[in-house]
Design a protein around this ligand. Sequence first.
Ligand SMILES: Nc1ncnc2c1ncn2[C@@H]1O[C@H](COP(=O)(O)OP(=O)(O)OP(=O)(O)O)[C@@H](O)[C@H]1O
Ligand SMILES: [Mg+2]
Length: 242
Amino acid sequence: MEEVIWVANLSFWYPDGQRALTDVNLTIYQGETVALIGPNGAGKSTLLLHLNGLLRTNGEVKIFGRPIDDKNLRWTRSRVALVFQNPDDQLFSPTVFDDVAFGPLNMGYSEEEVWQRVKTALGLVGMAGCEKRLPHHLSLGEKKRVAIATVLSMSPEILLIDEPTSNLDPRGKWSLISLLRGLAGTKVVVSHDLELVKALCRRVIVLDQGRVVADGATDDILADKPFLAAHGLAPGEAAEKA
Ligand SMILES: Nc1ncnc2c1ncn2[C@@H]1O[C@H](COP(=O)(O)OP(=O)(O)OP(=O)(O)O)[C@@H](O)[C@H]1O
Ligand SMILES: [Mg+2]
């Protein structure tokens, strides 16, 4: 199987000294859909930011065998698309159309192709016909959908998606799960929603305090309730006391 994402001995501190990742090692193969789970502050979003070069490393991350460096950054960004946890970090244009068209325009597609891609991507996330709306006027769930459309319009080979269903209503959540399931390519999905993880991912990586504490089959990891509780992923003692 082809190695698509390769991370070796990755540690990272934010400039204020906050340690976010410690000696992370992982390999993700072509066509996998992998869940990245862990408690708040575990380092999940920080890890995703390293996988498309928004946070840079010294060769500890490779995409299709190429280190993310100055030379490969553009190449990497055309293959790896990231949906941020917070849609306000993704949407910056005056209209929904401009936001969703941004990627395809940068990739050099014709005007006709860009229109088609925007229309298709908005349709996929249930936002058809919203091209002229103002992104900052949308509800949180609508923003999340448009943020997802901004990357779907690029048909990326690798999709990194941070909390895709937070703020989506149940119908929106399940239609997104089925949409993601139908997408080709390699996907890394960060989520606190274990229902989504079960439905979408055969493999789970658990991060806690910046370290990988488990990497294996979803069925095995989600069946281990004491392990989940120990890493803040199941109700645990607090629920018993309540
Ligand atoms: N810009 C930043 N500057 C300083 N520290 C940061 C910054 N962003 C995140 N951190 C810290 O890095 C650690 C990892 O944060 P990160 O956002 O990656 O966690 P997460 O697993 O995505 O959490 P959540 O489930 O809450 O989204 C946390 O301790 C967090 O406080
Ligand atoms: Mg996060």
